[in-house]
Ligand binder design. Structure first.
Ligand code: DX5
Ligand code: ZN
Length: 229
């Protein structure tokens, strides 16, 4: 089953509580919260207080994507803020295995994120402490960018690696995931979609309409894939 998670960096920060409530009621599966430090990526977004602020407005999982240097220094801060899942970038820490292990030991789902140029081989010796893998399909930092076409092959290569190593780990895709790119990412093995301005945050329609439209599109694509398999 394909899961959709709105990327809250795309929301109007002035009405974040209302937005989370509406998206929850519209039926999203998780919330993706991008945290940026202006160093690992050239942008800043939300911090722990903003996450804490919206935590009471949904019971859906908070997937915190730490696009920060040395994420191991900040795990407790975001766990305390209400994260259920935390992904860290392999490029941002000297101690990936220990960091993932700590996330798991705290009872959260551990994710590892890869920038577009980072080979999937980086993951080979941490697959036993990973619950989901985020393939960045744009260069991290900003909404509204264009999907990097080679990422379709990267998703497929990752799927094959996981099958070969016999790990049942979800592949999450983050960046320009919309009606043009969803068929390809599903076809190649993604099952968690981070949805921002390319699919859910559309000023011309309500969140309810956007979620209904997106979910029915995904169902139709899943049926297509099922027929081909
Ligand atoms: C990249 C951001 C964006 C955002 C999704 O760092 O993570 O990808 O979530 O927004 P769109 O759909 O505009 O790429
Ligand atoms: Zn993200």
């Amino acid at each position: 089953m394909t899961l959709i998670g709105p990327s809250l960096m795309c929301a109007d920060m002035g009405i974040l509580r209302e937005t989370v409530t509406k998206l929850d009621q519209a039926g999203v599966d998780f919330f993706h919260l991008d945290v940026m430090d202006g160093s690992f990526v050239p942008n800043f977004t939300m911090g722990p207080d903003m996450i804490k602020n919206v935590r009471p407005y949904t019971n859906k999982p908070f997937d915190v994507h730490l696009m920060v240097q040395n994420p191991e220094k900040h795990l407790d801060t975001f766990i305390e803020a209400g994260a259920d899942m935390i992904s860290v970038h392999t490029e941002a820490t000297e101690h990936l295995q220990r960091t993932l292990q700590k996330i798991r030991n705290k009872g959260l789902k551990a994710g590892v994120a890869l920038n577009p140029a980072t080979p999937i081989d980086e993951l080979k010796y941490v697959l036993d402490v990973v619950d989901y893998i985020t393939v960045m399909t744009v260069n991290p930092g900003f909404a509204g960018q264009k999907f990097i076409p080679l990422m379709y092959k990267k998703i497929s290569d990752l799927k094959h690696l996981l099958e070969k190593e016999r790990y049942n780990i979800a592949i999450q895709v983050d960046g320009n995931i919309g009606y043009q790119t969803i068929p390809g990412v599903l076809e190649n093995g993604a099952s968690m979609l981070v949805c921002g301005t390319s699919s859910l945050f559309k000023p011309e329609i309500t969140f309810e309409e956007a979620v209904i439209k997106l979910k029915s599109f995904i169902t139709s694509q899943e049926k297509e894939k099922f027929k081909k398999d």
